[in-house]
Design a protein around this ligand. Structure first.
Ligand SMILES: [Zn+2]
Length: 607
């Protein structure tokens, strides 16, 4: 086995260059001290805002300066920590950065209520005033929250209740990360192996069905054993949501969450409705997959198994980077030219090194080029992850370049659009490149279909679950292990029942989804994916207007509401159309997939 790389042995040209943020840790310390002192200055502005335009402008400017400074301080410490998680120096810096963020947020907390105490006409005149052009979004958002903002004393009480409302999530994390013991399961070698939630996925891709079944059943039942406690914790989360929604005068919990993004509840409903319309195609896909895997029946624990086509993409990072640049060519020459700087200019921390954070992400601060963390492996997944993270990075690159710092950060609702769009461009590029290579086509389309299943169908099913659970509680029902599990089981029947034996253990699966403690969040994965599909297809159609609209979208940052930004890009998420279009694409892919597999079978029969 190759010797594991460390920060000392990895070639610096494959690491990210953090000196763009701070030349040294000493420079970070200086910025830290400077920002801490500035925090005192903002606190001193409390009580000065009423009736003076200059005072409001000064406070907003200082708030933004502090936010930018804190973003640099925190991001640098986080990235340094992620390079090698065991270095106590950086752990300490990250801890201090977190504390400084809370301290300064507390010092600036007077700002929003004080702005809201200014009469509405005056605030509106500021929003229209060119002197406030950097802060119009900040003011618009604040004004928007006015109907749901309470008196200073009441806000204080709600803030105090916040920690109580977060208790369920903390307890759930402790229970599932630390206390839970899922016991052992039989591995491929016949020996008992320790089972954890994180390891389930490696068992589920085992070619040995007994291994998949045992691991799956053990995990689900392991959660089921704690089902009464987990249901009580989730009920606590939902009750907290009801408390907040009612205290702030929202119609219901869902509205209270969607309101922040200015997303209408109809967007959520039409997502579910459109996805229900695609369930028939999902089941058709799963039936094809069952045939292909040679299974008499498809069970829940068979669904994650990939099909081995004998084709794998294996590129070193340089070659993968070239493939990425080829794949995004439809986005325009200048996009390719800008993106091509990422590897030579060291935006990317490429390889796994000892104690480096796992996974992949992209992050940025306003005044420098973005950063990407990878743990690159020469596989198709590695290449696809590179394209995904570069999608985020280029979205940040153009937004940071175009928008002032106060308006550059995009919301979660639009965040996965650029990354998914790049993944789809990659698939389409490779499908062309390997035209006539059936194994390659089957592998590539198979990946896309799984992406659809796990992002559009599965996340929408989750979204439906949490919506139903909140409604049950809002209607006065108590949430229990049994009624939540029954409801989750019925949803699985609805989505998968046409093709899969819905094993009874799946009823407990909702218990292992930590996202349910970030309420009404997962639907954004599904809408983002569908928007990206619609946009990628528009770009690939060669329509110059569609491309221009998408490129404009990449520059918008957080300067508009997410739904408005997507309208600029060319998709209207307030209608079911983009979701339906994405599902049409899914149906086309299923048809092509089925054809390829029949050809493959005929070919094998001949040979
Ligand atoms: Zn992403």
């Amino acid at each position: 086995m190759e010797k594991e790389l460390t920060r000392a042995t990895v070639d610096p040209k494959y690491t990210w260059d953090l000196t763009r943020i701070y030349a040294s840790d000493e420079a970070w310390e200086a910025a830290f001290a400077d920002t801490k002192a500035k925090g005192e200055e903002i606190a001193a502005l409390a009580g000065t805002l009423a009736g003076s335009k200059e005072a409001v402008l000064a406070a907003l400017t200082m708030e933004n300066e502090l936010e930018q400074a804190l973003s640099c301080i925190y991001t640098y410490a986080m990235m340094k920590t992620n390079e090698e998680m065991t270095v106590s120096r950086y752990q300490a810096m990250l801890g201090r950065a977190g504390t400084l963020v809370s301290e300064i947020m507390a010092k600036g907390a007077f700002l929003t209520p004080e702005l809201l105490s200014i009469d509405e006409e005056t605030l509106k005149s500021y929003i229209a005033d060119p002197d406030f052009s950097d802060y119009d979004v900040r003011l618009t958002k604040t004004l928007r929250m006015k109907p749901h903002t309470l008196s200073a004393r009441e806000e204080q009480l709600l803030a105090m209740a916040g920690e109580v409302c977060g208790a369920s999530e903390n307890a759930y994390d402790m229970l599932t990360d630390a206390d839970m013991d899922l016991g052992k399961t039989r591995g491929e070698d016949g020996k008992k192996a320790k089972l954890t939630d994180a390891r389930l996925n490696t068992f589920l891709i085992s070619r040995d069905r007994a291994v998949r079944k045992a691991a799956y059943t053990n995990v689900m039942n392991g959660y089921g054993k704690l089902g009464n406690a987990i249901a009580a914790l989730y009920a606590g989360q939902v009750k907290g949501d009801i408390f907040n929604a009612q205290a702030r005068g929202y119609k219901n919990c869902r509205e209270s969450y969607l309101y922040r993004d200015d997303v209408a509840e109809s967007v959520y409903d039409s997502l579910i409705e459109a996805v229900h319309g695609g369930v028939g195609t999902l089941c058709e896909y799963l039936r094809i997959k069952k045939e292909q895997l040679g299974l008499p029946h498809m069970h829940m624990y068979d669904m994650y198994l990939g099909v081995d086509t004998g084709f794998e993409i294996s590129m070193g990072i340089e070659e993968a980077f070239e493939a990425f640049l080829e794949a995004v060519k439809p986005l325009g020459e200048d996009y390719v030219a800008d993106a091509s700087r990422a590897l030579p200019d060291r935006w990317i921390d490429v390889y796994e090194t000892q104690n480096k954070r796992g996974g992949a992400y992209s992050t940025s601060v306003h005044h420098t080029a973005p950063y990407v963390l990878l743990n690159y492996k020469p596989t198709y997944d590695g290449l696809s992850t590179l394209c995904h993270e570069m999608g985020h990075a280029m979205h940040s690159f153009y937004s940071n370049k175009t928008q002032v710092s106060a308006k550059a950060d995009y919301t979660i609702f639009v965040a996965e659009v650029a990354s998914t769009c790049n993944e789809i461009l990659l698939s389409e590029y490779l499908l062309k490149k390997y035209e006539g290579n059936r194994a390659a086509q089957i592998m590539l389309i198979g990946h896309l279909l799984e992406h659809f299943r796990t992002t559009v169908f599965r996340q929408t099913m989750f979204a439906e679950f949490e919506h139903k659970a909140h409604k049950m509680a809002e209607d006065g029902q108590s949430l229990t292990k049994d009624n939540l599990s029954d409801m989750y089981y019925d949803l699985n029947k609805l989505y998968y029942g046409g093709a899969v034996k819905v094993d009874k253990e799946v009823r407990y699966e909702w218990m292992r989804i930590p996202h349910f403690y970030s309420s009404f969040y997962v639907y954004k994965y599904a809408t983002g994916f569908c928007a990206a599909v619609a946009l990628a297809r528009g770009i690939l159609s060669g329509d110059a207007d569609k491309l221009a609209a998408y490129r404009k979208f990449l520059t918008l940052g957080g300067s508009m509401t997410p739904i408005e930004e997507l309208k600029v890009a060319g998709v209207d998420m307030s209608t079911p159309q983009p979701v339906s279009e994405a599902l049409d694409y899914f149906a086309e892919l299923v048809m092509t997939y089925s054809q390829l597999l029949s050809e493959e079978a005929a070919n094998k029969a001949e040979a």
